[in-house]
Design a protein around this ligand. Structure first.
Ligand SMILES: [Zn+2]
Ligand SMILES: [Zn+2]
Length: 540
């Protein structure tokens, strides 16, 4: 068994444990082990045989035992049993149709069906109503959903990082390219698609149906199929003739409105040739929302970013020390990083008092000794109190290199009050940037009732930047709001708000979101050299 096969089995095991509501730590341990094995440079089968597999990170005694069992018997007995019991394809289909995992499992037992196709048959022959708790109304809804032939969409958009992982893994397994909302870096992804260039479609679609991520097929056509994950998320695969791969990629990337305006699309082996034949300049996927056929601006790129101005450490709720975060930022090729831990008003987690800020300053100075010429900036993510005052006195803020101001508590304030509160904070002379301006949490919490137009006016006057926060559930400002901020003349900062070393990687999401707002490098504060950051808004 090669590493990919082994990793796939462990990943499926993690999924089944999740359905069985097992301990989340165990589930995470299997996921991590799968990742490690997937990227291991040596054949894991050999390592197991030579009793050396535990030298791999995240593989302990328990997982070693499972690996041994898998390699000796060709299966993991508990996994086989869980698969029998839980009918993952039915759970996936059920979730897609709006049933909980538990309900789907009940349904499978009552009807004695094992697969998605058997469920379809049972539904067609009117047997759904034999299931306690399924009335005529639910039956009608399920039948309608099973028969739908428009593009299937998940019930709720996926966060961008989750969608990218899912679609990326499927694309890699099929040797195809990620398309759909993921390729346009939408903040919440509904249309998930992979496009492959293949002369023969069938083998690719078979391979797609057999992937561990895909538990059932919702549809299967000649050159396309739609599968569903165990979470009920539909993913489309397009097996394009290589001569028309570019055309298929443009179509599957969307958005629908953007593509419709370009139709009819000529055939082309790659996107460049399609655009050339249309006589339209190539358009970066991030800009393919509304109809657009003009010359796109030179959008900001990850390589333009010279530092991260918002990250946390163990001083507040981060998981790494000042030096660990700084080293990691340095390794990313940055020139600087600002350590911005919380202040006490944040509530739920530890916040820094004036005294803490000064002690942290000593630690930052020590890190600078070691890492020079890389520069660790003394920053803070200072809470904006209910009345617009800041959570630290001005004399403390004055010592710092970079001050982010944030609303955390009291977010349900009425609009005029919230707007006054934030305006007041922006007028503090030490504030350089407004963090996650709208306070939204995608799928969980709406935007604060803030008058952004007014906030952008004040930000421009006060020469305060606004953040594009790269945390996947935030992505705040959104692309649309970035566009508004830039139109108002306000500068942006692309930040990760990282709480761990890995979190620094979310800069790709912040930059992509800025690109969706048509930002160029000149609009982005942290695309500028250290001196500009240190000069500050008053002196500059
Ligand atoms: Zn925050
Ligand atoms: Zn933060």
């Amino acid at each position: 068994m090669d590493n990919t096969e082994i990793a796939d089995r462990l990943e499926t095991f993690a999924l089944m444990l999740e359905l069985a509501e097992a301990n989340p730590y165990t589930i995470r341990a299997y996921r991590r082990a799968a990742e490690t094995i997937r990227s291991a440079p040596l054949p894991v089968e050999d390592l197991v045989r030579r009793n050396r597999v535990r030298e791999l990170r995240g593989i302990g005694q328990g997982i070693e035992g499972r690996l041994r069992e898998l390699l000796q018997t060709g299966q993991i007995a508990e996994l086989a049993e869980l698969e029998r019991e839980l009918a993952p394809d039915l759970v996936g289909l059920g979730r897609y149709l709006g049933l909980s995992a538990k309900r789907s499992i009940e349904l499978a037992r009552t009807l004695g069906v094992r697969t998605a196709d058997e469920l379809r048959e049972a539904a067609a022959s009117g047997r759904l109503r034999d299931v306690p708790g399924i009335g005529a109304k639910t039956e009608a809804l399920l039948l309608e959903a099973l028969a739908r032939d428009e593009q299937p969409l998940p019930r709720q958009g996926l966060l961008l990082n989750r969608a990218r992982d899912l679609v990326g893994a499927i694309a890699a397994a099929l040797g195809g390219e990620a398309a759909g909302d993921v390729r346009r870096w939408r903040d919440s992804c509904e249309r998930l698609a992979v496009v492959c260039a293949v002369a023969e479609a069938e083998p690719v679609i078979d391979r797609f149906a057999g992937l561990p991520q895909i538990v059932a097929l919702l549809e299967r056509g000649d050159r396309r199929a739609v599968g569903v994950t165990v979470e009920g998320v539909p993913v489309e695969v397009v097996a394009a003739d290589p001569r028309r791969f570019g055309t298929a990629l443009v179509r599957a990337t969307g958005s629908r409105a953007y593509v419709e305006a370009l139709e009819p699309l000529p055939d082309g082996p790659d996107e460049e040739s399609v655009y050339r034949a249309l006589g339209v300049p190539f358009c970066p996927p991030e800009l393919r929302e509304a109809q657009f056929a003009g010359e796109p601006p030179a959008l900001v790129e990850l390589a333009d970013i010279r530092g991260d101005l918002h990250c946390h450490t163990t001083w507040s709720d981060g998981r790494a020390s000042v030096e660990e975060m700084a080293r990691a930022a340095c390794d990313l090729g940055y020139e600087y990083v600002a350590i911005c831990d919380h202040t006490p008003a944040v509530g739920a987690v530890r916040g820094l008092s004036p005294d803490d800020v000064r002690r942290q300053g000593e630690e930052i100075a020590a890190a600078n000794e070691v890492l020079a010429p890389f520069r660790v900036l003394r920053g803070i993510e200072c809470d904006i109190l209910g009345d617009g005052r800041l959570d630290l006195p001005d004399d403390v803020l004055a010592e710092l290199d970079w001050v982010q101001a944030s609303v955390h508590g009291g977010q349900r304030m009425p609009g005029p009050e919230m707007t006054r509160r934030v305006e007041e904070a922006l007028c503090n002379p030490y504030v350089r940037c407004l963090s996650h301006p709208t306070g939204r949490y995608i799928n969980r919490r709406p935007e604060n009732a803030l008058d952004l137009e007014r906030i952008f006016e004040v930000a421009l006057e006060q020469r305060v930047a606004v953040e594009v926060n790269g945390l996947p559930p935030r992505l705040d400002l959104s692309g649309e709001h970035v566009h508004d901020a830039l139109a108002a003349g306000v500068e942006i900062v692309c930040s990760t708000d990282a709480h761990s070393v890995a979190g620094l990687g979310n800069m790709t999401l912040a930059v992509a979101t800025a690109r969706r707002g048509w930002a160029t490098a000149t609009n982005v504060v942290n695309a500028r050299p250290l001196e500009t950051i240190l000069d500050g808004r008053r002196a500059g």
